[in-house]
Each structure stands twice: as structure tokens, then as C-alpha cells.
Design a protein around this ligand. Structure first.
Ligand code: MN
Ligand code: MN
Length: 321
């Protein structure tokens, strides 16, 4: 009885079980005691075009093994910092239970898992799933505000109701804006036809969200965007992979050209993490079957590991709780 590690400490990325970053899989959620808890939310019944994001969590976990070499952390030569070193702890809780055809019950399971993670004091990092899974994630923060949401997305996702549907993947930012504990939303990367009808933009502006396209963000520059995000609230990052350009992230249900490149998003999220407290992350809409190269899932895993590393580093070095 020995695993690869015991046999010689090699544990190469392609061996073993594909948990997120090859971190421990925790089946007994009540025993959670870690800096970060990874939760899959493999739910895609909220989509209005191509489904497949239910396979996002598995694909991101598989892709994340690429970055799980046994180097005792991730040394970044530009920052001269070793992120995700042995002093940090990440566990993978597996997935929330999803019930086919039942949005409300599936979302309730995601919310219950989030509440447990928050009660245990860990940073929740949720792997979607379509963007509707953000709705139960934000609900779970009730009583823990104020939080400001930073959304990376091609789409505004601010539809109030369409054909009676209020909890699909076009609704999450509207549902978030209705919550007392959400004090603001920065909607970044929004572009293109079919994002949201004009009423949605009018409603978003009336409810106080800050909407910026990719081109507007490039004009503003990093400092200009940072200046528009309030410093007096905790931050929640909701990252729709279709905020990125389809040339680097084709594996998603509703790709939209003219999107972000990797460093545009990493530098923004890293700067925010260095400046103020980040209390939760979801990364949604990875639908791996539309990308036979696997690059989309690798992008998701790479971004998450780098952002998580920077959040934990900020907590250790700046006294952020
Ligand atoms: Mn979205
Ligand atoms: Mn989107």
C-alpha cells in the first residue's frame, strides 16, 4: 500500500486522482479546516444555447493537475514570491449534489455547501457550471456583507425574468443586485450582440452597477479601472470564462469575440487581492467539449491557482483577516 509520493516523491501531474491542484479530497465536509475550499457546481440547465458546463468542474480539475508539480509552491520570478507554499492549505470538497431538471433544489444544495464553507472560515472557490450557480453563491453571503461583486463576462447577465425564468444563466447579476448585502457590482468585459437587451442595461445602471467593455477597460488602463472599484467592501469575484477571447477560451456555451487576454484579467484581480479582502470566487461556463485542445480548462485552472495564491499571500503579508 503506497502511493506515488511514498514510492519516491515524484507524483507527476498525469498520475493519481485529479482533484483541484491535486490537493486533498475531503469527503467529510464537517471536518473542513483549510484556507480554501474548492466546490464543483456541475449544473448547466440555466443555459439558453449550448449546454455542457456541467462538465466544467471535472475539466478544470483535470487541467489543474498540470500545475501540480511537487515544487513546494509556485515561485513567481517577476514578483519574487512563492505562492501556494506549504503554509497554505487547499482542499477539494468535490461537487454539490445536482438534481436533473430541478434548478431550485440544485441551487439550494450549492447554497448550503457555500454556507458551510463560510461557517468553517474557508475561502469558497466554486467551479461551475453555468453562471446561474452564482445565484446561490451570493445568497449564501446574506448577513456577511457588504460585498462588492467584480464580474468578468462578455454578457451583462442582468435579465429580470424571461419566460418566467428568474434563475437561469442570464439572471445572476440582477438577482445579486437585489440583495441587501451586495453594495455594488463592477461588470467588466461586457460586449457584443445578445449580451442583454437595452432594458437590462437601463435596469443595471438604475441599480448602480458599473458597466465597462473590454475596449473601455483598455482605454482606462489598470489604475483607471481600480479607481472605479470601491475599497470599503469585501470583494467577490465571479469569472465567466466567456469574458476571455474565444481565441484562448473557445470551450464555452456562448463565446463572444473581442474578449480579454490572460494578463488583463490576472493583473486586475491580483491588484484587487493585494488591495482588499476577497471573500469568494466562482469561475463558470467552462464547457470543455467545445475545446478539444483543453486550453479553456487550462486557462481556468491557471487563473484560479494564480488568483488564489495572490489572495492567500495578501492575507499572510498584509494582515488581511
Ligand atoms: Mn455570465
Ligand atoms: Mn457570459
Amino acid at each position: 500500500m503506497s502511493n506515488g509520493q511514498e514510492r519516491g516523491g515524484i507524483n507527476l501531474p498525469f498520475t493519481g486522482i485529479a482533484t483541484f491542484g491535486k490537493n486533498p479530497y475531503l469527503t467529510n465536509w464537517e471536518s473542513l479546516e483549510a484556507d480554501v475550499a474548492i466546490l464543483g457546481a456541475p449544473f448547466d440547465f440555466g443555459t439558453q444555447w449550448r449546454p455542457g458546463a456541467r462538465f466544467g468542474p471535472r475539466a478544470i480539475r483535470e487541467a489543474s493537475t498540470l500545475f501540480a508539480f511537487g515544487h513546494a509552491g509556485a515561485y513567481d520570478h517577476e514578483d519574487d514570491v512563492t505562492y501556494l507554499g506549504p503554509e497554505t492549505s487547499i482542499v477539494d470538497l468535490g461537487d454539490a449534489d445536482i438534481i436533473h431538471t430541478d434548478t431550485e433544489a440544485s441551487h439550494a444544495n450549492v447554497e448550503a455547501a457555500l454556507r458551510l464553507i463560510l461557517d468553517k472560515g474557508a475561502l469558497p472557490v466554486v467551479l461551475g457550471g453555468d453562471h446561474s450557480v452564482n445565484i446561490p453563491c451570493i445568497r449564501a453571503f446574506a448577513g456577511r456583507g457588504p460585498i462588492h461583486i467584480v464580474q468578468i463576462d462578455a454578457h451583462l447577465d442582468f435579465v429580470d425574468e424571461r419566460h418566467g425564468v428568474r434563475h437561469g444563466h442570464g439572471n445572476p447579476m440582477r438577482r445579486a443586485a437585489e440583495q441587501d448585502h451586495v453594495t455594488g457590482i463592477s461588470q467588466l468585459g461586457i460586449r457584443n450582440v445578445s449580451s442583454t437587451a437595452k432594458e437590462g442595461y437601463d435596469a443595471a445602471r438604475a441599480m448602480g452597477t458599473d458597466i465597462l467593455s473590454v475596449r473601455q477597460i483598455r482605454d482606462l488602463g489598470l489604475a483607471g479601472v481600480l479607481a472605479r472599484i470601491p475599497v470599503d467592501a469585501d470583494l467577490y469575484f465571479t469569472i465567466d470564462i466567456d469574458g476571455f477571447d474565444p481565441s484562448i477560451a473557445p470551450g464555452t456555451g456562448t463565446p463572444s469575440h473581442g474578449g480579454f487576454l490572460y494578463y488583463e484579467v490576472l493583473e486586475l484581480l491580483a491588484a484587487l487581492a493585494a488591495r482588499q479582502r476577497v471573500v469568494g470566487i466562482d469561475l463558470v461556463e467552462v464547457a470543455p467539449d467545445y475545446d478539444r485542445t483543453g486550453s479553456t480548462a487550462i486557462l481556468a485552472a491557471q487563473l484560479l491557482l494564480n488568483v488564489i495564491g495572490r489572495i492567500l499571500h495578501a492575507r499572510q503579508t498584509s494582515g488581511q483577516a
